[in-house]
Design a protein around this ligand. Structure first.
Ligand SMILES: CCCCCC/C=C\CCCCCCCCCC(=O)SCCNC(=O)CCNC(=O)[C@H](O)C(C)(C)COP(=O)(O)OP(=O)(O)OC[C@H]1O[C@@H](n2cnc3c(N)ncnc32)[C@H](O)[C@@H]1OP(=O)(O)O
Ligand SMILES: CCCCCCCC/C=C\CCCCCCCC(=O)OC[C@@H](O)COP(=O)(O)O
Length: 233
């Protein structure tokens, strides 16, 4: 008898999913967070057994385990230029950052031996935080930028010594305003070290990258034909 409330829920749930795109949006959002948490629960022991702890090789496990999530959310990716990432040695990848779903796109193209820079708050996101730590993600404190710069300088040394790649979101935060925020400079300080350039090159590199990303972003946004509900996610 206690379970009698389940019946209306089972009836109302499909009805809401069928009739309300807003409900579908929030339902998918909750599912995404819960499912990623669950995937991380499975991935944590695998990574520990495979690599013994924090290791960039764990990103292969994470990449493999995350790639199917798009199907549950009705997302598909179109990738072009992937071959440019298939070069030896360290490099920096930059991308714009609109939502936590960007992780799915990231896992679609993430090269081997590539980790990312993230805000330190993510470390406390339960099992997701733990898997991020195991994957070698570099955590920065955005409120203490001198600390963040030191952490990124250390990351640059590791990047060169261990030939790893780093993915940076140079806007420094999520942005859904239909354009790009001005770029922070950290990614370009990393890149000059990977490419043998000097600090004098940072501004030009940053401006050129911003211009290229902005035109690509506007071009792709112009092709968008479908909206899935509320714009914030
Ligand atoms: C298996 C299942 C698992 C399922 C779950 C898990 C799934 C996947 C897990 C993996 C994926 C996780 C993905 C996580 C994504 C998270 C993304 C984020 O968290 S985005 C937020 C954090 N990122 C950033 O903030 C971007 C990096 N930030 C920077 O680069 C910034 O530059 C800075 C923080 C280093 C400094 O910022 P700030 O001081 O505010 O501003 P600037 O304009 O950039 O710099 C001011 C001056 O300082 C100079 N500068 C900057 N960096 C350096 C440096 N490294 N060395 C020397 N000098 C530096 C800069 O040039 C400026 O000086 P100027 O004279 O004006 O040139
Ligand atoms: C103890 C429970 C804590 C629950 C926290 C839930 C954490 C989210 C869980 C699953 C989502 C899938 C993993 C995606 C990770 C992406 C993180 C992300 O996109 O962080 C935002 C950060 O880039 C910029 O932050 P702000 O826009 O500045 O803010």
């Amino acid at each position: 008898m206690d379970a009698v409330w389940i019946l209306p829920v089972l009836l109302v749930l499909p009805l809401l999913l069928w009739t309300s795109s807003t409900f579908v949006f929030y339902f998918k959002k909750c599912f995404y967070v819960a499912y990623m948490m669950l995937l991380a629960v499975i991935a944590i022991p695998i990574c520990i057994l495979k690599s013994g702890g924090r290791d960039i090789e764990n990103m292969r496990v994470i990449r493999f385990m995350v790639r199917h999530v798009k199907y549950f959310l009705g997302l598909r990716f179109q990738v072009s230029g992937w071959e440019h990432l298939q070069t030896d040695g360290p490099y920096v990848i930059i991308s714009n950052h609109q939502s936590s779903l960007d992780v799915l796109g990231m896992m679609e193209v993430l090269p081997d031996r590539c980790s990312t820079i993230a805000k330190k708050e993510l470390l406390w996101a339960g099992t997701v935080g733990m898997i991020c730590w195991l994957g070698g993600i570099v955590f920065i404190n955005r409120k203490k930028t001198s600390d963040a710069k030191n952490v990124m300088s250390d990351a640059a040394k590791t990047m060169l010594a261990d030939k790893i790649r780093l993915w940076v979101f140079p806007e420094g935060t999520r942005n859904q305003n239909g354009g790009l925020l001005p770029f922070k400079k950290g990614a370009f300080h990393l890149a000059i070290q990977a490419q043998g350039l000097t600090a004098d090159d940072v501004t030009l590199l940053s401006e050129q990258s911003f211009g290229i990303m902005r035109s690509a972003f506007l071009e792709i946004s112009g092709q968008s034909v479908q909206s899935n509900g509320p714009s914030t996610h």
